[in-house]
Every structure is written in C-alpha cells, then in structure tokens.
Design a protein around this ligand. Structure first.
Ligand code: ADP
Length: 325
C-alpha cells in the first residue's frame, strides 16, 4: 500500500522513491495505491486545482507502468472507511509524539498561518491508509521512514489493547536501502512544492530538462588523485546512477579519480540520459490526460476494490474495539 499527494507534478524523486517499486510490486503482491487527496487538504486548502491534480497523478502513475487492472488504484476520499479508522487511531496517538515529528516541524515552518490539527495528525491518517488494508509492505522514499514508525506504534497499541488485528507495516524497497533523490541544487530532496528549477518533473520538456541539468553546481574538478567528492558532485553522480548506463557511470568515476573529469561533458551526458528517460513517460502522460472518461473509470473501479478490503478490515476493527452492539 502506498500513496502520493495530488499537490503538483510528479518528479524523479516520486518515481525512484516510490512508483518504480509500485510497478515491480504489482507483479508480486496484492497492491493498493491511492491518490492521497485528503492529505493534500492539510497544506493546500484551496481546492480549485484539486480535480486536475488528481487526474494528473493518476495519469502519471499509469504512464510510469502501473496497471489499473492489476492493482487497486483509487482516490483516498472515495474510500470513506479511511476516515473512520483515522478517528479510532487518533485515540491511540499522543500529541506529544506527533509534535516531535520532523515533517510536522518542517510544515509548521512552511505554513505558519495554517497550523491545523490535520497537519499534526498527518502520520495518523497515513497509518489509517496503510492499516485499512492490513498492509505489510509500504513502498516509499526515505523521507517517509519516520511515518512508518508511527504506523507500527499504532499497530502495537491497537493489538495490545484490543487484540491482534493488524500486522506491522514496513517501508519496502526490495531489501535495498530506501531512496532519497536529492534536489538539483543540493538543498535537500527533490519535491513537488519546492524550488521548481531544482526538481526534474516527469512532465518536463526536453529543453527544460537540459537547462536544469546544465545549471547544476560544479567546480574546477579534483586536483588530488582519488579524492572524496563534495556533496554537490556526489549528487550529480547519484542522478547519473539512476538513468545512465553502467559503463558511462564507470567512465566518469575513473575520470574523477584520475582528475581528468570534465563536468561539462558529464552534465551533457546526464542531460541526454534524463531526456531519454523522461520523454517517453511525458508523452504517455499527455495521451492519458486527454482521456477523462478513462480516468474516471479507473478511479471508480479502484474504489470498489479498495472498499472490499477496507470493509473487511473495519468489521474486524469494530468487533475488536467492542463497537459491535
Ligand atoms: P512530495 O514530497 O514531492 O510532495 P509526496 O509527499 O506526495 O511527494 O510523496 C510521494 C512518494 O514519493 C513518497 O513515497 C515519498 O517518499 C516519495 N518521494 C518524494 N520525494 C522523494 C525524493 N526526493 N526521493 C525519494 N522519494 C521521494
């Protein structure tokens, strides 16, 4: 189970942190993937763009290879049981713990005029999304690790208090380390809402991709053999590792170690490899976005599948709590 907020265009971080695994997992597991529209209300109260953004996230997931016939691909607000489970979990959540969450502190800094209770209880809603399907594996990027710890805490509190209903969920990346795709300016992670020039979007045009990559920070190059890489250079190598061939990567690693590296050439290569990676996805996104009836149908079918699982869980939950009179 996993989800993405409809708060803007999807980017390379969403792809490599999350969607790439969704696409792999659909072959191996029963999967539930959703557009997290309720979550977006905590930080984006203006809903004028919401419908278009929900369609976009759906189209972008499908363009990346997610098959709505293989998984339940749905919209969070269509599965009403989410709100009920969120309510019960709120009684197991302590405000002191929530106030210490890194993402809460970040969001308070970013939205000083709208520190609503939903922002504080974001990890509770996220836990409800996951527990609703009694999911074990949650394909997410590294930024979500702390939220998964909350989900396990609520599982343990619930199971201890009311009897075992939920398995413990874990962040999942096929036993590999969780991914964090850095922003192009090296100032944290790539993100939908932060600096647009430092984020590569799946909808970016070729020229925009080239421009963004060519603008990344470099320096004169190393002067001592086998020296460690500064963070901003490490970032460029990290991005290259995501989209370039192994031989290409190895060549620039060797050039770096020998102090013969030419960053201009490296960035040109990276830009072309990014274009080759992103362009086919972008073209598919645009085709899918034009077919609104298809997107509506995907959401409706997805909600039906998700609610079968959600209803079964909520029956167990109500019985365990003692709300069965
Ligand atoms: P954003 O932070 O861009 O708004 P979301 O919060 O909707 O994205 O996250 C959707 C998924 O994408 C989550 O699983 C999250 O871990 C992953 N993700 C977001 N940004 C990155 C990144 N820069 N690197 C790796 N994974 C990321």
């Amino acid at each position: 189970m996993s989800g993405i907020r409809p708060t803007g265009f999807l980017h390379l971080g969403n792809y490599f942190g999350a969607i790439r695994n969704y696409v792999k997992m659909q072959e191996d597991f029963d999967c539930y993937f959703m557009v997290a529209d309720l979550h977006s209300l905590t930080t984006h109260p203006d809903t004028k763009q919401l419908k278009a953004n929900v369609h976009r996230v759906l189209a972008e997931n499908i363009a990346c290879g997610l098959d709505p016939d293989k998984v339940a691909l749905y919209c969070q607000s269509h599965v009403y049981e989410t709100a009920e489970l969120y309510l019960y979990l709120n009684m197991l959540a302590y405000t002191g713990e929530l106030e210490k969450t890194v993402t809460f502190k970040d969001k308070v800094r970013q939205n000083p005029d709208n520190i609503n209770a939903g922002l504080l209880t974001y990890p509770v809603l996220m836990s409800a999304d996951i527990l609703l399907h009694r999911a074990r594996y949650v394909p997410v990027g590294k930024d979500q690790e702390q939220h998964l710890e909350f989900a396990r805490t609520y599982v343990n509190r619930f199971n201890h208090r009311y009897g075992v209903v939920f398995p413990e969920p874990y962040a999942f990346n096929y036993n590999q380390e969780l991914v964090k795709v850095p922003s192009l300016d090296g100032s944290g992670k790539m993100s939908k809402s932060e600096n647009q020039m430092a984020t590569l979007f799946l909808a970016d045009e070729d020229e925009v991709i080239r421009k963004k990559v060519m603008k990344t920070k470099t320096d004169q190059g190393p002067t001592i053999l086998n020296s460690p890489k500064p963070d901003y250079i490490e970032n460029i190598f990290g991005l290259m590792k995501l989209v370039s061939a192994e031989e290409v990567m190895a060549k620039f690693e060797t050039d770096y170690d020998n102090c013969t590296i030419r960053y201009g050439d490296m960035k040109k290569q990276l830009a072309e490899d990014m274009v080759n990676f992103i362009a086919p996805i972008r073209n598919k996104i645009n085709a899918i976005l034009n077919d609104e009836p298809f997107l509506k149908d995907v959401m409706e079918k997805g909600a039906v599948k998700a609610r079968i699982s959600a209803k079964a869980t909520m029956k167990l939950v109500r019985e365990a709590i003692g709300l069965n009179y």
